[in-house]
Design a protein around this ligand. Structure first.
Ligand code: G6P
Length: 612
């Protein structure tokens, strides 16, 4: 969480940093701030979104060619002007921006207070910059050296950039566990939490590794060292991202754009992997670790949020086709419960951002215990992708809306390819069943396009239910995780309480909530558990609940029972989640817009959760 941006060169720094912060706002939007040097260090910071900062700073002189900026997702201390970054050292000469958490900040702070330091904010970050200043002064060290010594005393996660009034041609950046990218231009440097603020200026980037420090000086080559003071040779890579992919392209919100991109993103996930001529699937990571996969005792998925829901779909898919036992774990629980892992386990981390702190820690733990580690990530070069033994990128393109949509369907597409390829290699699927699923998989992008045409009907239903206080989502089998995902989407962006449930479990609790005010979204496609879901719908109707049903084209029975029904095309049960989730994404989107909510940046949430 939190987005950081830095610039050093000969251009005006303020507009570059401001634009960068807007691109990183998905990482947090509790406050924003910028520090620039023009003779002296000038600080502008404000509670709320980057636009508040822009308004606040508009009449100030902001001329400068060096600066740092931050958009915050609050951890230590409430969102207010004081807690906004950048934070200053006691003498006001050093400024820092920080993404992460300094876990031992409290003991460091007590020590510094004893030594006379006074703090203006509640943040852990301010403690860090005071510590650096203290070391610099008391040990008579250069800033670079003081940063290095301070980072050896710090426990926790950080991506930081430091600006020094006395060194107006230098930025110092460092990272541990939180992401940080450095763009290398013609006599200029850019620093950011991801590549989106950098892309329009340069494609040459360096991803710092953990416990590395970069010293950037105007007119000089970048210098990288680690916190043990060993010199590191910079590795410059070329970015593949393009600017259009991170802009709204005529849609009102990123979320809507991303929902509509799904025919393309699903196609891209299969591209180069599924050969349409002969149905052959080649996933590089699986080929490389074929014998590990085929002899695995278990596959364990670790993930958070929407990615955890994809993992649940994955459990159904892989057990069903490849007959390998699968477990699905919340990364945050897995990492702290001393799990039993052996060398014959394969741990698959699923993460859109590839930066989720709990998921990263879960896979590091599994790695220590000897498991083979696989990643399903969207962001190329992300920390999780780099920490795995092998993996498959989802290739869904940048997802900016905080509520995940196209990443979900891309993850499921990859898992479907994995399940099919493993099943084929294990001989647990017949040739004809394999061919049947593969040919249907190829049609999914067209089917998604068809579902998107129900948008107006969904908008109409959204208008009728936008004031509901609660929603229940029911599904069975492959559509149970979709019910969870539908409920999560609604909660995230419209702030309506919603629960997803396996339809048959309803009678063990949620049924008590049903009355004429309870909308129930039932995924009742004509598949394995169709008749059972029909019975669950009857139970809801008997208690006057309102049914919004997702049904297969041409369905009659459920349509008669339901108050509203949305038809989706017929496909194989195995692939149903890829299309049944689309109406649920649209429903939550329209309800949120009608309730006046900020769809792309819902309150209290962040796209990338790089803290525990
Ligand atoms: C946050 C986001 C969710 C996302 C979850 C996991 O909570 O708001 O949309 O599903 O993190 O993120 P990841 O990047 O690991 O998939």
């Amino acid at each position: 969480m939190c987005g950081i941006v830095g610039y050093l060169g000969s251009k005006e720094a303020y507009p570059i940093i401001l634009k960068g912060l807007k691109r990183l706002e998905y990482r947090g939007y509790d406050s924003a701030g910028i520090a620039l040097i023009n003779g002296k260090l000038n600080l502008y910071k404000k509670k709320g979104k980057v636009s508040n900062l822009e308004e606040f700073a508009k009449d100030y002189e902001k001329k400068s060619t060096i600066g740092i900026g931050h958009t915050r997702w609050a951890t230590h201390g409430p969102p207010n002007d004081e807690n906004a970054h950048p934070h200053l050292s006691g003498n006001g000469k050093l400024a820092v921006i920080h993404n992460g958490i300094i876990e031992n900040y409290d003991s460091l702070k007590k020590e510094l207070i004893k030594r006379g330091h006074k703090f203006q904010s509640d943040t852990d970050t301010e403690v860090l910059i005071h510590l650096i200043e203290d070391i610099q002064k008391n040990e008579n060290l250069s800033l670079e050296e003081a940063v290095r010594v301070a980072l050896n005393e710090v426990i926790g996660a950080y991506a930081i950039v430091i600006l020094d009034q006395d060194n107006p041609d230098c930025l110092i950046a460092a990272k541990n566990s939180s992401p940080l990218v450095i763009g290398v231009g013609e006599s200029e440097f850019f620093i950011a939490s991801d590549a989106s603020p950098i892309i329009e200026y340069t494609k040459n980037v360096i991803y710092l590794d953990d416990e590395q420090i970069a010293v950037l000086k105007k007119g000089e080559d970048i210098k990288i060292l680690d916190i043990q003071n060993r010199s590191i040779t910079p590795y410059i890579q070329e970015l593949e991202l393009n600017l259009e992919a991170i802009e709204k392209g005529g849609f009102e919100h990123f979320m809507l754009k991303e929902i509509y991109e799904q025919p393309t993103s699903i196609r891209n996930s299969m591209l180069g992997r599924l050969n349409p001529k002969n149905g052959k699937i080649v996933l590089g990571g699986i080929e490389e670790f074929e014998s590990k996969f085929l002899n695995a005792d278990r596959i364990i998925f670790v993930a958070c949020g929407t990615s955890w829901h994809s993992a649940l779909v994955g459990e159904y898919m892989i057990e069903d086709l490849a007959r390998i036992p699968v477990e699905v774990e919340y990364a945050s629980e897995f990492r702290y419960r001393n799990p039993i892992i052996s060398e014959k386990d394969i741990v698959i981390a699923i993460s859109q951002s590839g930066e989720t702190a709990d998921t990263l820690a879960a896979l590091e733990l599994a790695k220590k215990k000897g498991a083979t580690i696989y990643g399903i990530c969207n962001v190329v070069g992300s920390s999780i992708a780099r920490a795995t033994d092998a993996g498959s990128y989802t290739h869904a393109g940048p997802e900016i809306g905080v509520a995940s949509t196209k990443a979900f369907t891309a993850q499921i597409t990859i898992i479907a390819l994995m399940a099919l390829t493993l099943a084929k290699k294990k001989g647990s699927i017949t040739k004809s069943r394999y061919q049947e699923i593969v040919s249907q998989l190829e049609t999914i992008p067209q089917l998604v396009e068809k579902v998107l045409k129900t948008n107006d009907q969904i908008k109409y239903i959204a208008d009728l239910f936008k004031d509901a206080h609660n929603f229940l989502y029911l599904g069975r089998g492959y559509n149970f995780p979709v019910a969870l995902e539908g409920a999560l989407k609604l909660k995230e962006i419209s702030y309506i309480h919603a629960e997803g449930y396996p339809a048959a479990e309803m009678k063990h609790g949620p049924i008590a909530l049903i009355d004429e005010n309870m909308p129930v979204v039932a995924i009742a496609t004509r598949k394995g558990s169709y008749q059972k879901v029909v019975s669950n719908i009857q139970e809801v109707k008997a208690r006057n609940g309102k049914i919004i049903a997702i049904v297969t084209e041409g369905d009659v029975s459920v349509k008669e029972m339901a108050d509203f029904s949305i038809e989706i095309p017929e496909t194989d049960e195995f692939l149903d989640p890829l299309i049944s989730v689309i109406p649920l994404q649209l429903l939550s989107y329209h309800i949120a817009v009608m309730r006046g909510c900020n769809v792309d940046q819902p309150r209290n949430l962040a796209k990338s959760v790089t803290v525990e």
